[in-house]
Design a binder for this molecule. Structure first.
Ligand SMILES: Cc1cc2nc3c(=O)[nH]c(=O)nc-3n(C[C@H](O)[C@H](O)[C@H](O)COP(=O)(O)O)c2cc1C
Length: 209
């Protein structure tokens, strides 16, 4: 099946088969794809929670308009934006580049200034919005990678972030819930899986200049 065929087959699952779980290998492969998501400057300004615990998911479902995917899916993924992006955060990233690529840190001084300058050009609230945008890119990678791997997913914004933050203790960790996704396998009787996709025609979507 081509990638386009896989994207046509995927849909935002409304009803998961709660007897079907991802294998540990499938979950790890999917998370590897998400780990490889691009992000502004490569900062990966988010953490990603992989939630299997059913009791926690029951609580979260109540904070997500009671959407059944939260408890039915194999896993619930919460993309949480970093709320304390500061100089130390930027410097840690430079340390990681130096270590990973075996580069003398001094040779990264110019890039370090660019990273710190980009961070400091935003006020703290804008840095959170910035981080949330990056989290959405990771969500997009998850949805596309899942489709490629034959795993079903539902990207979800229908939840109360402040309640998720509270239930998951995210504020104390310097995080805030941005967007979530459920992953697993569709239920055979999910009516939505049979619906034809509704998309703008290319003439209304793309502007070629
Ligand atoms: C950011 C985002 C938030 C969404 N939130 C929800 C949600 O809370 N619940 C839900 O069932 N679907 C949600 N969806 C799924 C969309 O409704 C769905 O992707 C869209 O209608 C297109 O349908 P398709 O993905 O099945 O092709 C969300 C999708 C995105 C990208």
């Amino acid at each position: 099946m081509s990638f386009i065929e896989k994207l046509n087959k995927r849909y935002a699952v409304k009803k998961f088969d709660d007897t079907k779980k991802l294998s540990a290998q499938q979950l790890d492969d999917l998370l590897t794809a998400v780990q490889l998501s691009p992000s502004c400057l490569g900062l990966q300004q988010y953490r990603i929670l992989v939630i299997e615990d059913q009791a926690t998911r029951e609580k979260l479902r109540g904070a997500a308009y009671n959407q059944q995917q939260i408890t039915q899916a194999s896993q619930l993924i919460v993309f949480a934006a970093e709320t304390n992006i500061d100089d130390a955060y930027g410097k840690k990233y430079i340390d990681r580049i130096a270590e990973t690529r075996g580069i003398d840190r001094a040779n990264l001084a110019q890039f370090e200034q660019a990273v710190l300058g980009t961070i400091n050009s935003r006020n703290p609230d804008d840095r959170v919005i910035w981080a949330q945008k990056q989290a959405y890119i990771a969500l997009g990678v998850l949805v596309s990678a899942a489709a490629d791997m034959g795993i079903d997913a539902c990207p979800m914004e229908g939840f109360a972030p402040e309640k998720f933050d509270e239930i998951l203790g995210l504020r104390e960790k310097g995080l805030t819930a941005s967007v979530i996704a459920t992953i697993g396998y569709r239920a055979e009787d999910d009516a939505y899986s049979k619906l034809v996709k509704v998309r703008k025609p290319k003439s209304e979507l793309f502007i070629h200049i």
